[in-house]
Design a protein around this ligand. Structure first.
Ligand SMILES: Nc1nc2c(ncn2[C@@H]2O[C@H](COP(=O)(O)OP(=O)(O)OP(=O)(O)O)[C@@H](O)[C@H]2O)c(=O)[nH]1
Ligand SMILES: [Mg+2]
Length: 254
């Protein structure tokens, strides 16, 4: 049985769903959980069909939710599904190939030493492709702003390509997250860091989606900016008393 689970939330990804699952399975030994919010384009049905194919049976699972509630809610449902089972390494990944599956083995290498590995556009070696100047500015500015308000050293706070060690998800109160949308990513990083988990930023080149429609909205983003202040004021995480799994007394913190 594999210890790895890649969670892929989907909303109208019929052009991508088949290819992304194939690409993930080609790169690492893993299971995949697709969390579909009743996509009007039938992504959920395609996912069910895939899960029934001989090649994927027992490796690909689909969680159906009745309506679109945003990325954060979809991931929380996926995390809970994972925690009810024996997975040790739980990935977040988009369906639209912005997150190149080639990086998956590198995440697995790093998660041996760290508790949370974040695919990062804003560390040396990372970057973005096919992004407008404006979008780049919004994203980079947003991360810088959040980093300053929150007082934590993570450079890419809003990315959605990451790998959690199980204990991180177990120790975060998933039912009481404050933020959704981009804020969800920021909040998970913030809580993990504040709990004393070891965080690594893996440089990735992020590519803009080629197929399917963008759901990016500026409204969600600007809302998140205000909510970062709320996060700083309201969320009080302190380091957990047990050392994170896999660490030893000689490990340097972060
Ligand atoms: N289950 C679920 N998945 C979602 C929801 N919103 C977005 N997704 C999926 O989450 C992933 C990231 O969303 P994207 O639409 O790619 O967001 P983005 O990368 O910020 O913007 P674009 O790539 O420009 O669309 C994709 O796989 C989406 O299909 C949602 O409300 N529910
Ligand atoms: Mg995308």
């Amino acid at each position: 049985m594999t210890k790895n689970l890649v969670i892929i939330p989907t909303y109208n990804e019929k052009e991508n769903i088949r290819n992304i699952t194939k690409a993930v399975f080609e790169k690492i030994d893993t299971h995949i959980l697709i969390v579909d919010d009743n996509s009007p384009d039938g992504t959920g049905k395609i996912a069910d069909e895939l899960a029934e194919e001989n090649e994927y049976k027992g490796r690909l699972f689909v969680l159906h939710r009745s309506k679109k509630e945003g990325l954060g809610k979809a991931y929380v449902a996926g995390f809970k599904w994972a925690l009810e089972r024996d997975y040790e390494h739980i990935f977040e990944m988009d369906a639209d190939f912005s997150h190149n599956p080639d990086y998956l083995p590198l995440f697995l290498e790093k998660i041996k030493e760290y508790d949370l590995v974040i695919g990062s556009r804003y560390v040396k070696g990372g970057g973005v492709q096919n992004w407008s100047f404006l979008r780049m500015l919004i994203s980079k500015g947003g991360s810088l702003y959040s980093r300053m308000i929150l007082g934590i050293p993570i450079k890419d706070l809003t990315g959605g390509y990451k790998c959690f060690r199980r204990i991180v998800l177990e120790s975060i109160d998933l039912d009481n997250l404050l933020l959704s949308g981009f804020g969800f990513q920021i909040e998970m990083n913030y809580r993990a860091y504040k709990k004393g988990f070891r965080v690594y930023e893996l440089p990735i080149i992020f590519t803009d989606r080629l197929l399917g429609k963008s759901k990016m909205s500026q409204k969600i983003f600007f809302e998140a900016l205000l909510l970062v202040i709320k996060l700083r004021l309201k969320v009080r995480e302190t380091p957990i008393s047990l050392p994170p799994a896999g660490s030893s007394a000689s490990d340097k913190p972060r």
